[in-house]
Design a protein around this ligand. Structure first.
Ligand SMILES: [Zn+2]
Ligand SMILES: [Zn+2]
Length: 429
């Protein structure tokens, strides 16, 4: 079987499949049935994927899909449409430090699932769920445009935003060269000599493409399995003077010929309106309602419990208490709402206090559909950091993977559960 040597055969196949199965046999003393099935497309004699599955007699299961670029390189065959996600990398939220429903059974009525998207800088493809990846957009459909009147030629060039990010990435862990420093200094927000008037339509920016198959909490109109999110990257719209969001729900199977060259605006009001392309590693988790929206007696019980926890901490060995003193375990930061980009779940109101978000058409309360949060976690909410990301060398890539900072760090898109096609509303915290 012809297989690409580097990096498909080694190290990917060895590290991601063979070693995992080997360890299961060796360390867990399991008897494992192990299947390796090459997948072929059309008459191409070289497999385009290799599927690994394994089942152990103690209950372990394992699946992995290895892509084999040799299939395309050698024969020029077309890459097949990949509508099934790869089971490549996962992100795992550790269990909460306390079982909050065991402590407060009344919280069972205030539980909801959310899907953490775990965006990480990468090279998402057109059929993938992604942040700022290529959109699966029909070639014969007009691209969303911003027709609002606002300055559209003043700000940062998108090309400069990307050049700056490349310089920061390339110079990580070393001093920047004089040349790099000089170049970065030229990337300023300023008026650009472009023939774009304030009333001219400009293409909106591709922000996220989300498939229901990947994201269990993505619920849209009946039968629609794909959500495409765009925004105009000027903080100039609406009462909040922020980006303007467009949502497009689709049936993935309806899309025929895909648009090749994706339009995009040339200028943005700030780099923080431009997401960095990220692959997603969705993971469903459980959340509990924002503290300030719980019944008062429940809030009081939680506050009393947190108080007691602090006192116990102080009684402990002094050194240990000191180490933990900065960020004690709290309902708000550790037990209720997950930080980071997510679909579904509850909204935080830490900045403004709770405000109702009701549908402007039918009055139904609108939960958040998508939350774009600047950080994936912070020191207070570090208990949500996925196990796979707790490596110092990864740190900078996982804390602010998308580079998006809107509002005071949180942009939320709320949609109507009665009819997801009713106008969405934005929320900022
Ligand atoms: Zn605009
Ligand atoms: Zn509605």
């Amino acid at each position: 079987m012809t297989e690409t040597q580097t990096s498909t055969n080694t190290p990917e196949q060895r590290a991601q499949a063979e070693t995992v199965i080997y360890d299961q046999v060796k360390n867990n003393d399991e008897t494992v049935q192990y299947n390796v099935v090459p997948r072929y497309a059309g008459t191409n004699p070289i497999p385009h994927e290799i599927h690994f599955t394994a089942y152990g007699n103690k209950g372990s299961t394992f699946t992995y899909i290895l892509e084999n670029p040799a299939a395309y390189v050698r024969t020029g065959a077309l890459r097949p449409r990949r509508l099934v996600p790869e089971n490549r990398m996962t992100r795992t939220t550790p269990p909460r430090p306390y079982d909050v429903e065991a402590l407060f059974p009344a919280l069972a009525d205030y539980r909801r699932t959310a899907t953490r998207l775990h965006p990480r800088p990468g090279d998402p493809k057109v059929y993938d769920s992604s942040v700022a990846g290529p959109m699966l957009w029909p070639a014969d459909e007009p691209w969303p445009m911003c027709t609002a009147v606002h300055p559209k030629a003043t700000g940062h060039l998108l090309a400069d935003v990307r050049r700056a990010r490349r310089i920061y990435a390339a110079s990580e862990g070393r001093k920047k060269t004089d040349e790099e420093i000089a170049l970065l200094a030229t990337f300023q927000a300023r008026p650009h000599d472009l023939p774009i008037g304030d009333a001219d339509p400009i293409p909106m920016l591709a922000v996220a493409q989300l498939w229901a198959r990947d994201i269990p909490d993505l619920t849209g109109p009946e039968g629609h399995d794909l959500l495409q999110v765009f925004w105009c990257p000027f903080e100039a719209h609406g009462p909040d003077r922020s980006v303007d969001v467009v949502l497009k729900w689709r049936r993935g199977e309806d899309i025929g010929t895909v648009l090749g060259d994706q339009p995009e605006p040339l200028v943005t009001s700030s780099a923080q309106c431009v997401p960095q392309p990220c692959e997603l590693h969705p993971e469903q988790i459980t959340e509990h309602e924002y503290l300030g929206l719980l019944p008062e007696d429940l809030q009081d019980s939680i506050a009393a419990w947190e108080e007691k926890l602090l006192d116990e901490d102080e009684d402990e060995d002094e050194e240990e208490a000191e180490a933990e003193a900065d960020f004690p375990i709290e309902y708000a930061s550790d037990l209720s709402l997950a930080p980071g980009w997510k679909v579904g779940g509850f909204a935080t109101w830490h900045l403004t206090g709770p405000c109702p978000v009701d549908c402007t058409v039918c009055g139904t309360p609108m939960p958040p559909l998508l939350t774009a949060h600047y950080v994936e976690w912070d020191p207070a909410s570090e208990s949500w950091a996925p196990r796979e990301d707790l490596r110092p060398d990864l740190f900078r890539h996982v804390i602010t993977p998308t580079g998006v900072y809107l509002g005071r760090g949180y942009l939320r898109i709320h949609t109507c559960p009665a009819d997801p096609l009713h106008p969405h509303r934005l929320g900022f915290q």
